[in-house]
Design a protein around this ligand. Sequence first.
Ligand SMILES: CC(C)(COP(=O)(O)OP(=O)(O)OC[C@H]1O[C@@H](n2cnc3c(N)ncnc32)[C@H](O)[C@@H]1OP(=O)(O)O)[C@@H](O)C(=O)NCCC(=O)NCCS
Length: 178
Amino acid sequence: MIALRTERLILAPLGADDRDDFVAYRRDPDVARWQSWTPEYSATDADALLGGQPTRFPPPAGEWLQIGVRDATSGALLGDVAVHTLADQPDTYEVGVTVAAEHQRRGVAGEALGAVVAELFDDHGAHRVIAMSDQRNAAVARLLTGLGFRHEGRAVEADWFKGEWTTLDTWAILARER
Ligand SMILES: CC(C)(COP(=O)(O)OP(=O)(O)OC[C@H]1O[C@@H](n2cnc3c(N)ncnc32)[C@H](O)[C@@H]1OP(=O)(O)O)[C@@H](O)C(=O)NCCC(=O)NCCS
């Protein structure tokens, strides 16, 4: 299973003990706005997700694994990186990232996501790693660009999401591009 240490962070799968901190940042409307869940995200929702986590990294085809991002000094949960193993292509992964509002803009997402992407390419033979984002999400566009993701495509008003048509950007890195 994945266990990474970066300069400031420790990354390891989220577990049942993380539930309350996980629920707290998922309920933040400014965080939920860009993600699949809503500010009504509950402890029951979190129990179901955390209790059903895959037990290996990368996760089995078609599944997601939520990796907790912790402050290496305090142990506080700052956010998570999610990894999805695509079912329809070999060695292809989708990633997502969330950082609690009070810990944003300190380079946490860049450090954490960068470490997970490197792990996928260097230790697990990834061919391609992708990320999807809402066109209006400036923070994630900047984050992904900084990590070397290529802006690969834009599907205009393609996704009926939270009551409106949204435009989706696709980002990718190939192993040979690193
Ligand atoms: C996107 C998100 C993960 C970024 O986390 P973070 O820890 O603040 O990011 P970092 O501090 O590593 O910053 C990465 C880059 O994004 C920029 N950035 C961060 N927040 C930004 C914002 N609100 N607006 C514009 N740029 C922003 C930083 O300046 C930095 O750019 P630089 O490297 O050129 O200086 C965080 O804002 C978040 O969790 N948002 C809600 C959930 C979400 O949108 N997730 C992504 C969906 S896949």
